[in-house]
Design a protein around this ligand. Structure first.
Ligand code: NAP
Length: 247
């Protein structure tokens, strides 16, 4: 059977765990060849590869620290053609705004904004050659409702979406769509510790109209749609997957 993403190659940054992993598996189920990217957790990345291969899919793995933009030179050339680029990895620090250090600022801006731009710069020439491409950034509900202790994180995500809108206009004629998917509170490793605090858990769920915390798979369906032919006329959008939390 021909799947809707057969013949497409997809790089998903930060796809050894969490939302990135769910996206990688969903795109693999739809026939895409997957490149799993990770920072330090090679075991998780290998598990995703095994899972994808068990589904009959093809998968390779690549490591890079997206906080270090200088290491990204030639990154996409090493991988080869990329039809689908999902910019999912991010760095998030909790700190009161008065105490944010230069290092915290640069790590978050480098990974969440600069690395996205550099990878897009490298991937677009391949997409242009084929007159087909899908770029999806993973944003956050914090673009609409910034958390007081995540000043730089929320600003980096809002800036990334601004970049998406500019690029959507500039790349539309090349057959490339560019969109942002903005999750709300999702059950992943990054939230595990804070959500174990019952009081904080209640505060978070009370702030979500749907009344519950989402799962990584909740974010994967929309990414798959945006990557497919059904998504070809959707560009420059920021789509919240947040149980209504942004409202
Ligand atoms: P996660 O479980 O914390 O996983 C983060 C992934 O990013 C891991 O694969 C990690 O690699 C990789 N990563 C971390 N730092 C990196 C760096 N410096 N360079 C390269 N890769 C790095 O994340 P998640 O919760 O699934 O979040 C995925 C995306 O959704 C992020 O953009 C996040 O901002 C956004 N988001 C999440 C939530 C939520 O509630 N979870 C809410 C809103 C938005 P290793 O596995 O090797 O460590």
């Amino acid at each position: 059977m021909q799947h809707k993403l057969s013949g497409k190659r997809a790089l998903i940054t930060g796809s050894g765990r969490g939302i990135g992993r769910a996206i990688a598996i969903e795109l693999a189920k739809n026939g895409a060849d997957i490149i799993v990217h990770y920072l330090g957790n090679v075991k998780s990345a290998e598990q995703v590869k095994k899972q994808i291969e068990a589904l009959g899919g093809s998968c390779s793995i690549i490591q890079a620290d997206l906080c270090k933009p200088e290491t990204l030179e030639g990154f996409i050339r090493k991988i080869g053609d990329v039809d689908i680029l999902v910019l999912n990895a991010s760095v998030q620090y909790r700190n009161q705004w008065e105490n944010i250090s230069l290092e915290e600022f640069y790590d978050q801006i480098n990974c969440n904004l600069l690395a996205s731009m550099l990878l897009i710069q490298q991937a677009v020439p391949y997409m242009r050659k084929k007159h087909w491409g899908r770029i999806i950034t993973i944003g956050s509900v914090q673009e609409a409702k910034p958390h007081p202790d995540m000043l730089v994180y929320s600003a980096s995500k809002a800036a990334q979406t601004n970049m998406v809108k500019s690029l959507a206009v500039q790349l539309a004629k090349d057959g490339i769509t560019v969109n942002n998917v903005a999750p709300g509170a999702i059950n992943t490793d990054r939230n595990k510790d804070v959500l174990e605090d019952k009081e904080y858990y209640k505060k978070v769920t009370d702030s979500i109209p749907a009344g519950f915390i989402g799962e990584p798979a909740d974010c994967a369906g929309i990414v798959s749609l945006l990557c497919s032919e059904e998504g070809r006329y959707i560009t420059g959008q920021s789509i919240y997957v947040d149980g209504g939390k942004c409202l």
